[in-house]
Design a binder for this molecule. Structure first.
Ligand SMILES: Cc1ncc(COP(=O)(O)O)c(C=O)c1O
Length: 386
C-alpha cells in the first residue's frame, strides 16, 4: 500500500517566489545579485570572537525556552531605552531569528478561522505563518500614492468579530517605507478600540535614512503588543538565527512554551554572540547604515528621474521598481525570470509580496556599489526597451 497523503496544510502553504529566483541564480558566477535580503557584510569581529570564547567557556548547552536570563535582561534594557518605555525581562522571549518571534507571536493568539490583517505588499512569511495557524490572511493595501503607508480608514472597514491581530512592519520590506509617528499612534488607537493584538515587525529598526524609527512600544500597548526584532539585519548576523519577541506579560510564557516543540530554544552560542553585540561598540551599525545610504543614493541616481521608482526608500535596504510597461504581457515572475536568463540580473518578483505588487520587482542594495549600479542600469534598460 502506498503511504497516505502528506499533510494538506503543509502542501498548500504559500511558497515564496524569492526562493525560485535564488535557486535559478545559484552557482552562476555571471549574475548580479539584487534579490538577496541580507547584509553582504560579515558579522563584526568582536561579536565572532565573543561567541567563540563563550563556546569555549561551555555555553554550548540548551537554555531555558525563553532564552538566557542575562540576554533577556540585556534585550529588555536595550528595548526600554530605545522606546522610552519600561520593558521587563519577563516579557522577552529569545527566538530562532525574528521569524521565530513572528511565529511564536502569531501562534500565541491566532486560532483556526481567526482573521489576521496583513500588509500588501508585505513579507511573504506573514502569510505562510498565518496559513500554518489555520487562520485567514486579510490583506490591507499599502498604496504608492500614500508612500506605502497604511490607511486606517480602509483598515477599519475590514474588522470583523474574527479579527484577532494586525501585523505591521516598519521600516518595511519590500517598500522601504518608515511609518511616521501619526500612523503608529493610529495603529495603537485602532488596536485598543477593537481589542486586537499587534505584531510589530521592527527587524530593520536600525537601518533608517530619513525620519526616525517609531516603535509600536511607545503607545501604551503593553497588554496586546508583540514587538519583534533581532540581530540579523542590524549586526549582519542572519546565519546566527537570533531574534526576539517582546510579548504582553501574560502571554510571554505561552510564546516561550511554543518554542519547545519547534526549536526548544535559540542557539546558546548565538545568544552569547548577541549579548556581546548589545554590550559592545555600536559604531558598526552606523557604518553599515551609511553604506546602505550610499547605495540608496546610487538607486536614485540611476532610477530617480525615470518614473520607475514609486517611492524613495527611507529605511531597510529595499526598493520597489515599477515594471508596468512589461508587466502588461508578463507579470513580475516572468519578468524576473527573463531578466535573469537574458541579462544575468536577479531581482525578486513583486507578486511574492502580495497581489497588489505584481507591477513591481524588488531590488535589494546588499551588493557592492559597482555591481549595484550596473544591475540597476541593466534593469532600467530592460524595463524601458525590453
Ligand atoms: C520584514 C522581515 N521580518 C523578519 C525577517 C526575518 O529575520 P530573521 O533573519 O531574523 O529571521 C525578515 C528577513 O528577511 C524580514 O524581511
Amino acid at each position: 500500500m502506498q503511504p497516505r497523503p502528506a499533510a494538506s496544510r503543509a502542501l498548500s502553504m504559500p511558497r515564496s517566489a524569492i526562493r525560485e529566483i535564488m535557486s535559478l541564480a545559484a552557482g552562476r558566477e555571471d549574475v548580479i545579485h539584487m534579490e538577496i535580503g541580507e547584509p553582504d557584510f560579515s558579522t563584526p569581529d568582536h561579536i565572532i570572537t565573543g561567541a567563540f570564547e563563550a563556546a569555549q567557556r561551555g555555553f554550548t548547552k540548551y537554555t531555558p525556552n525563553p532564552g538566557m536570563a542575562t540576554l533577556r535582561e540585556a534585550i529588555a534594557s536595550h528595548a526600554s531605552s530605545r522606546t522610552g518605555t519600561k520593558i521587563g525581562a519577563q516579557r522577552v522571549v529569545i527566538t530562532t531569528g525574528a521569524v521565530g518571534g513572528l511565529f511564536c507571536a502569531l501562534m500565541s493568539v491566532a486560532d483556526a478561522g481567526d482573521e489576521v490583517l496583513i500588509p500588501d505588499p508585505g513579507w511573504p512569511n506573514y502569510d505562510s505563518i498565518t496559513h500554518l495557524a489555520g487562520a485567514k490572511p486579510v490583506k490591507f493595501a499599502l498604496l504608492p500614492e500614500f508612500g506605502f503607508v497604511p490607511d486606517f480608514d480602509t483598515i477599519e472597514e475590514m474588522v470583523t468579530e474574527r479579527t484577532k491581530v494586525i501585523i505591521m512592519n516598519t521600516p518595511g520590506n519590500p517598500t522601504g517605507a518608515v511609518l511616521p509617528v501619526e500612523v503608529m499612534k493610529r495603529l495603537a488607537d485602532f488596536a485598543k478600540r477593537h481589542g486586537i493584538y499587534v505584531i510589530s515587525d521592527e527587524v530593520y529598526e536600525d537601518i533608517i535614512f530619513e525620519g526616525e524609527h517609531v516603535s509600536a512600544a511607545r503607545f501604551g500597548l503593553d497588554d496586546r503588543l508583540f514587538l519583534v526584532s533581532g540581530a540579523s539585519k542590524t549586526y549582519a548576523m542572519t546565519g546566527w538565527r537570533l531574534g526576539y519577541v517582546i510579548c504582553p506579560e501574560k502571554l510571554a510564557p505561552v510564546a516561550a512554551a511554543l518554542q519547545e516543540p519547534v526549536a526548544s530554544c535559540a542557539s546558546s552560542v548565538s545568544q552569547k554572540a548577541y549579548e556581546v553585540a548589545l554590550a559592545g561598540p555600536r559604531d558598526c551599525i552606523g557604518q553599515f547604515r551609511e553604506i546602505y545610504r550610499r547605495r540608496r543614493d546610487i538607486l536614485l541616481e540611476v532610477l530617480g528621474n525615470t518614473g520607475l521608482l514609486p517611492v524613495v526608500p527611507a529605511g531597510a535596504f529595499y526598493a520597489l521598481v515599477d515594471i508596468t510597461d512589461r508587466h502588461a504581457t508578463q507579470g513580475s515572475l516572468a519578468f524576473a525570470r527573463r531578466l535573469l536568463q537574458e541579462r544575468n540580473v536577479a531581482v525578486v518578483p513583486g507578486i511574492t509580496f502580495g497581489p497588489s505588487c505584481d507591477r513591481y520587482v524588488r531590488v535589494a542594495f546588499t551588493t557592492r556599489d559597482d555591481s549595484l549600479r550596473q544591475g540597476l542600469t541593466v534593469l532600467r534598460d530592460f524595463i524601458e526597451h525590453g
